[in-house]
Design a protein around this ligand. Structure first.
Ligand code: DOR
Ligand code: ZN
Length: 345
């Protein structure tokens, strides 16, 4: 008999849909697996107001296949001059679920991000007061800080002081990549949680650099040493309610990745659940998969869990070499590999 696992329908607490043809090509992959997703606002220009988020939400809904139920949870991109009143109104109206802090220059389309967290002190106080969660890209951007150290330094210089100053603020430390991040989240109070991507559970930095430079393994924060991957696997699969699923699926067309200056981002949406469940199986932790994928996120955000279930079966699935990205191909995470679990249709 085929081994199988049935869990409540999961959510993706961090991903990128882009816009236009690419968005229309990638939304169905996420909607096939997840009931809801926290949608990142780093479009060009960024989604900085409630009105822009509402319009973007409409465009995403237009890309959801007929008969599929899927709800985008919208975020607003914080800038030095963001309007706190607009964010609060958007949150009260249910248009916005959270805000997103990109330190300026940290990653794709972050040029309009926050140059110094002191510039948004009032906004963060307001968010703490109304219970609006803050999603954080946790890397410093100073040229003198090595790229492999940027997350650990961010904890020391920005995140710990922020949490000390505003302990009531709900913070999601997104796509964590280091042992230091796990230690920080474990030690922090109940208002601090973290998302973990499939790639940071599967690969260390060798995957990107050994035997040739592999642009499709490059994302930000960049994959770290093996000791960090092992700490992340323990955190994700260990049963703590502070960790939940956030793919950071970030589609870039093949040409934008295979370039003199290749974009950061791994497109993992097509086989995200299969990728994650493989890790939980390898760790002997299938009993913790539902918490990570379907329960911990809603509990932290104060949202109901989803009705309905999905079933995963231990049946091999081949990941294609590329998928349609709306006019150009995108190379997905695990391209050309065989994963040992598949989502039952
Ligand atoms: O690898 C990444 N890609 N990391 C990010 O933070 C942004 C994302 C993107 O938008 O491509
Ligand atoms: Zn992201």
């Amino acid at each position: 008999m085929v081994e199988s696992l049935t869990i409540r329908r999961p959510d993706d607490w961090h991903l990128h849909f882009r816009d236009g043809d690419t968005m229309r090509a990638v939304v169905p992959h996420t909607a096939r697996q997840f009931a809801r997703a926290i949608v990142m606002p780093n479009l060009s220009p960024p989604v900085t107001t409630t009105a822009l988020a509402a319009a973007y939400c409409e465009r995403i809904m237009g890309a959801v296949p007929e008969g599929v139920s899927f709800t985008p949870l919208m975020t607003a991109y914080l800038t030095d001059n963001i309007d706190a009143g607009d964010l609060a109104a958007g949150f009260a109206d249910g248009v916005l679920t959270a805000t997103k802090l990109y330190p300026a220059g940290a990653t794709t389309n972050s040029a309009h991000g926050v140059t110094d967290i002191a510039n948004i002190a009032g906004v963060l106080e307001k968010m703490a007061e109304i219970g609006m969660p803050l999603c954080v890209h946790g890397e410093v951007t100073h040229a003198d800080i090595d790229i492999f150290d940027r997350e650990a330094v961010f904890i020391e210089r920005v995140l710990q002081p922020l949490v000390d100053r505003l302990p009531e603020l709900k913070v999601i430390f997104e796509h964590i990549t280091t042992r230091q991040a796990v230690e920080f989240v474990d030690a922090a109070g109940p208002n601090i949680a973290a998302t973990i991507t499939p790639q940071h559970l599967h690969i260390n930095r060798n995957a990107m650099l050994v035997g040739g430079i592999r642009p499709h393994m490059y994302c930000l924060p960049v994959a770290k040493r093996e000791e960090h991957r092992l700490a992340l696997r323990k955190a994700a699969t260990g049963g703590s309610a502070k960790y939940f699923l956030g793919t950071d699926s970030a589609p870039h067309h093949r040409g934008a990745k295979e370039s003199d200056c290749g974009c950061a981002g791994i497109f993992n949406a097509p086989y995200a659940l299969e990728s994650y469940v493989t890790v939980f199986d390898e760790e002997g932790a299938l009993d913790h998969f539902e918490g990570f994928a379907s329960l911990n996120g809603p509990a932290f955000y104060g949202l109901p869990v989803n009705e309905g279930t999905v079933t995963l079966e231990k049946v091999p699935v081949e990941v294609p070499a590329e998928v349609d990205g709306g006019g150009a191909a995108i190379v997905p995470f695990h391209a050309g590999e065989t994963l040992s679990w598949r989502l039952a249709s």
